[in-house]
Design a protein around this ligand. Structure first.
Ligand code: PGA
Length: 234
């Protein structure tokens, strides 16, 4: 399940190839997408393939894992902004086919329900991209006593706030809450690709070689039938 690859560039290239093959086979597939530092190289590779006319996003539909609560789409740290700048603005995807939770929704419970219904209406996720937090989170499903099911509004752990503070002026500016797709939705994806840089080696091994526990949310992926983990050696 864990495929060790030489470095970040190789990880990004192999992942892009997986995405390319999947899109070519099923041009209207539903991609589950992730933000963070890890997938940037993959997105750059996908943009290159698009520019070389080797990839067409016209029919592709996307649903993202999560969004911070309280940040507008125009905020540079919002995940909508991230996705627009790293991928959507650079390829021929139709903006109406791209979906993220709305972090500005007045009622978070209503927004979570809407998001689940939207994913269902697309027929679920064909190919889900994941990163992994250093505490083992996937999406913003933080370590907990039970696995989440559908989309949830979550309180971010201090560890996650600390990990993401590097992208904000200071830790105090990192939102304390986020909306995250739930574990069940992720587990229902037909295929999952998890990318991890070398600094995540220990948590990847804990998640995939240790016991399945909601204390390490990614460990549930051991129960998924079709997961590829690309772990960079350096
Ligand atoms: P990172 O985030 O790619 O920025 O390390 C991964 C995650 O927290 O899921």
């Amino acid at each position: 399940m864990i495929q060790r690859v030489d470095n970040y560039e190789e990880m990004s290239r192999i992942a892009a190839k997986l995405f390319q093959v999947a899109i070519q086979k099923q041009p209207g597939l539903v991609l589950g997408l992730a933000t963070g530092t890890t997938p940037i190289g993959l997105y750059d590779n996908l943009v290159e393939l698009y520019r070389a006319r080797e990839l067409d996003f016209h029919f592709v539909r996307t649903v993202n894992l999560d969004e911070y609560v309280g940040l507008t789409a125009a905020h540079v740290q919002s995940y909508r902004y991230f996705m627009n700048t790293h991928l959507f603005d650079r390829v021929n995807i139709q903006r109406d086919n791209t979906h993220l939770p709305d972090g500005m929704a007045p009622d978070l419970a209503v927004e979570c329900k809407r998001y689940d219904e939207m994913v269902d209406s697309l027929g679920g996720i064909d190919l889900q991209l994941l990163g992994i937090g250093r505490n083992g989170h996937i999406g913003f499903n933080e370590p907990a006593d039970v696995f989440s099911t559908g989309t949830v509004a979550v309180d971010l752990t201090d560890d996650t706030i600390d990990a993401n503070a590097r992208l904000f002026a200071n830790a105090g500016e990192v939102p304390k809450k986020a909306i995250s797709m739930g574990i069940k939705t992720i587990m229902l994806a037909k295929k999952v690709v998890l990318l991890a840089t070398a600094d995540k080696k220990d948590i990847v091994e804990k998640a995939f070689l240790g016991p399945i526990t909601p204390r390490v949310p990614a460990s549930i992926l051991q129960a998924h039938q079709n997961v590829t983990v690309l772990l960079a050696k350096e």
